[in-house]
Design a protein around this ligand. Structure first.
Ligand SMILES: [Zn+2]
Ligand SMILES: [Zn+2]
Length: 110
């Protein structure tokens, strides 16, 4: 599995599309990505517990700006003013919501 994105594209202000170097494609709804922010405000650093109330995320939330963080991650500035979240490519690839990846995850579950 290659977690190098060739292209990261915002689609209709609702989704983020990622094309990976190995040809795989991943689509994340904005609300889903915002809900999976891993920053210290959204997730407790020690317990990993989610502090963010995902019900409070606006369904029309937009990714205003996406910037690269080194060679391993992107940082997204959201329309709700939140911008501290960093999304490592490896995580994004792991989280892929497509049917094949969902099936692979289900199969590897003990
Ligand atoms: Zn956050
Ligand atoms: Zn996938």
């Amino acid at each position: 599995m290659d977690a190098t994105p060739l292209e990261i594209r915002r689609v209709e202000d609702r989704e983020l599309h990622i094309a990976w170097a190995d040809g795989h494609r991943t689509v994340f709804p904005n609300t889903w990505l915002r809900g999976h922010c891993q920053c210290a405000t959204c997730v407790h650093e020690l317990t990993g517990q989610r502090l963010l109330d995902t019900d409070a995320i606006r369904p029309d939330i937009k990714a205003l700006e996406i910037s690269l963080v080194g060679r391993y991650a992107i940082q997204i500035r959201w329309s709700d003013g939140h911008s501290t979240g960093i999304y490592p490519f490896r995580k994004l690839r792991e989280w892929c919501l497509c049917e094949a990846c969902e099936a692979a995850r289900a199969g590897s579950r003990p």
